[in-house]
Design a protein around this ligand. Sequence first.
Ligand code: RB5
Length: 142
Amino acid sequence: MIGLGCDHGGYELKNLIKAYLTDHNIECMDYGTYSNESCDYPIFAKAVAKAVASGECDRGILICGTGIGMCITANKTAGIRAALCHDVFSAKATREHNDSNILCMGARVIGPGPALEIVRAFLETDFSNDIRHIRRIKMIED
Ligand code: RB5
């Protein structure tokens, strides 16, 4: 289950991602926002972070104007490793090295085509399970 969240700046891109996931038979839960009306991104970042940290969702995707506010907020929740990615290389690397569980993107930074490629890379890439990466993630948690 993939948890989706956005603010007004990310609303349209979130809907595109939702359609992409549905087309690919990937289950998702939409935690809002549900319109273009101006709203506060921490509400939605916290909702998705909580869902991922509790196990209700396997991973999350958060979209705002830049992705930055979402990323800062989501990383305040214990157990969350949110990564801001605007290229496929970073999306793959953060899965392999950081075992990131939330992808953040900025709808004012990238277009829909690259964004969907990044989503695909993030969801299809497994954690490397390398001992050095496990050690470093444990150091973050400690
Ligand atoms: C909203 O205008 C904007 O600040 C927000 O979408 C995001 O970019 C914050 O980091």
